[in-house]
Design a protein around this ligand. Structure first.
Ligand SMILES: [Zn+2]
Length: 298
């Protein structure tokens, strides 16, 4: 036994750089319009103008999906509280404080796929999967929680639920309303997909306002694109940024088709590269303006 070995039971300092500590600045009085992506506003308007759209929304509300989801959460998932996943709960509290938003319930569900979603139009709640927790660091998780809170702040929850479940909803409404669903089908699907893409960009901005640092944002997008916990140390940030730059040249019509496939196959957070690019672009302009306007001085 050598003398520099730690005595058994004595705490050992972790090796490597200590995580940097930033003082997060709350944004009292923050409005969703401070960070809403312009495409989100346009797409929301288009969606509302589709004939029959209001009928679809009313039908969805009638089905009581929110209540069902609440019962499912209570029955199957773990609710995040100060004592159950306390670190997640702190992130939730901080996210709400920064975005100036009442605290929703949050749940963790057993699912190896990294994912998060927000549901419930009158009493919204956030769900994150166990796979997401395994993949991301605490700061990156905070970024994702900030993104989900952004959906609540920006009033996205109902349409977001529709976008993620559009195939099932059209089938359900089609059967219930003698073909109204089938008739609405395609135009509604395309408008919803367009809207969903834009809504995601708005919420990445909300997430940026929460973490107040570009690193967790970049790392989250990189990990959502292809990350894994076993080779986390082998991921290269600069390589990722080069890939983001290469994405600029992508063919738009191919992108539209791909979104349709991804969204209808339940992939709820599409295209890490586009999201990364949009956040980087916002950082020097809009982000600074919001911080100047709303951030409480340190
Ligand atoms: Zn989202």
């Amino acid at each position: 036994m050598t003398t520099d070995e730690p005595i058994q039971g004595e705490p050992v300092e972790p090796v490597g750089p200590k995580p940097k500590r930033r003082q997060l600045r709350p944004l009292p009085g923050l409005s969703a319009e401070d960070f809403r992506h312009p495409q989100d506003a346009i797409a929301t308007d288009t969606l509302k103008r589709i004939p029959g759209f209001d009928k679809v929304v009313t039908k969805i509300l009638e089905y009581g999906l929110e209540r069902l989801a609440y019962v499912d959460n209570l029955a199957s998932n773990l609710r995040v509280t100060p004592t159950m996943f306390g670190r997640l709960h702190k992130s939730l509290q901080w996210g709400c404080k920064i975005l100036d938003l009442p605290e929703p319930e949050m749940y963790v569900t057993m699912n190896p796929l990294p994912n998060a979603w927000t549901f419930g139009q009158t009493k919204p709640f956030v769900t994150v999967t166990s796979g997401l927790i395994d993949l991301l660091s605490d700061e990156e998780l905070f970024f994702v929680i900030g993104h989900e809170l952004g959906h609540i702040k920006a009033g996205h929850v109902l349409y977001g639920t529709m976008a993620r479940n559009i195939a099932a909803i059209i089938e359900m409404i089609g059967q219930a309303t003698l073909g109204i669903g089938a008739m609405l089908g395609q135009s509604l699907v395309y408008a919803l997909l367009e809207w969903y893409r834009a809504a995601e960009l708005t919420c990445d901005r909300a997430a940026m306002l929460c973490v107040q640092d570009i690193e967790p944002a970049r790392n989250t997008f990189m990990k959502l694109a292809g990350g894994n916990s076993r080779m986390a140390a082998d991921m290269d940030r600069d390589e990722f940024l080069r890939q983001v730059a290469a994405f600029e040249d992508v063919d738009r019509s191919a992108l539209n088709k791909a979104y349709k496939v991804f969204l209808t196959s339940q992939r709820s957070h599409p295209f890490a590269m586009q999201r990364a690019k949009e956040v980087e672009r916002w950082l020097d302009g809009g982000y600074q303006d919001v911080m100047k306007l709303r951030a409480r001085p340190l």
